[in-house]
Design a protein around this ligand. Structure first.
Ligand SMILES: NC(=O)C1=CN([C@@H]2O[C@H](COP(=O)(O)OP(=O)(O)OC[C@H]3O[C@@H](n4cnc5c(N)ncnc54)[C@H](O)[C@@H]3O)[C@@H](O)[C@H]2O)C=CC1
Ligand SMILES: O=C([O-])CC(=O)C(=O)O
Length: 254
């Protein structure tokens, strides 16, 4: 499978390192970033090609990993799908816009392409998907990040947001994709709390789900990427695992 990368930051950097070390059975052939130097840096790690426009890689690749921004999902993912190429979307928050999601799903269907959304920096999507076959009563996410991860500076713990996922992704577009992944997994606009906490040095996500299956609670204490502390290493690992799964004949987990 030949893979192209759209967005050459923290997540792409980890994926490229794994491919370079022979730990993912894909060829990373092409790299695009609006900052050409970033694309060139990653391309040089795996003997790939940096392109000036994402369109330039489409005739050559089977799949594109979007690890850029919500704006890239709106503007460039439709172009990838129109070309009949599969896509992995990391900027999941963009998919909380129902019109955009519908348009992308229709474009994918028309062009026989698939949109993959990895679990990202959160755990428990498997259980949540299974639980949603029955009746779900409530899903709540509490995210705690160091203020620096949220792009602010403060000495005391502060609740920055309490509300629904759809609004959270608008207010914190680069920080709460996990809320979107959870919402999409159970087809409801989940409850979200975002806390800036100077005491934590990890990105911590706590999920509580109640339904007719019973109840589960998950806590993920994520190490942050050195390249971008907003982003957890687990987010990149989930994309890497997804790329491996795509070449396997057995799928474990919902
Ligand atoms: N699903 C999840 O659980 C998680 C998702 N994310 C999201 O994944 C995406 C990538 O994250 P990181 O690698 O940490 O970001 P990053 O900021 O380290 O890198 C993003 C790169 O994409 C490029 N870029 C952004 N918009 C672009 C566009 N329209 N066209 C071309 N290049 C563009 C930037 O120049 C930058 O080099 C972000 O949207 C982030 O919010 C991050 C963490 C967890
Ligand atoms: O990486 C994380 O821990 C979460 C994150 O930034 C996001 O969901 O956008």
């Amino acid at each position: 499978m030949i893979v192209g990368i759209l967005g050459c930051g923290a997540i792409a950097n980890l994926i490229t390192g794994f491919v370079r070390d022979g730990r993912v059975p894909v060829e990373l052939g092409f790299f695009y970033d609006r900052d050409l130097e970033r694309a060139e840096n990653l391309a040089s790690m795996v003997d790939g090609t940096a392109v000036l426009d994402v369109r330039d890689m489409l005739p050559e690749v089977d799949l594109v990993v979007e690890a850029a921004s919500p704006e890239a999902v709106r503007e460039l993912v439709p172009v990838v799908l129109e070309a009949g190429r599969d896509v992995v979307v990391m900027s999941v928050g963009a998919l909380m816009d129902p019109e955009l999601r519908k348009m992308l799903e229709e474009t994918a269907s028309r062009n026989n392409a698939t949109i993959h959304v990895p679990s990202g920096a959160i755990v428990g999507l498997d259980g949540l998907k299974a639980a949603s076959v029955g009746t779900i009563e409530s899903v709540k996410l509490v995210t705690r990040k160091p203020p620096r991860s949220l792009g602010i500076s403060m000495d005391e713990k502060k609740v920055l947001y309490r509300g629904r996922a759809s609004e959270a992704v608008k207010r914190f577009p680069l920080n709460i994709n996990v809320a979107a992944a959870l919402s999409l997994a159970c087809d409801r606009d989940i409850e979200v709390e975002i806390i800036a906490d100077p005491v934590v040095d990890r990105n911590v996500h706590e999920v509580t789900v109640r339904g007719d299956f019973g109840e589960f609670k998950t806590i993920t204490e994520n190490v942050r990427c050195s390249v971008n502390p907003k982003t957890s290493v687990m987010a990149a690992y989930s994309a890497i695992r997804l790329l491996k799964s795509l070449s396997e004949n057995m799928h474990v987990g919902t």
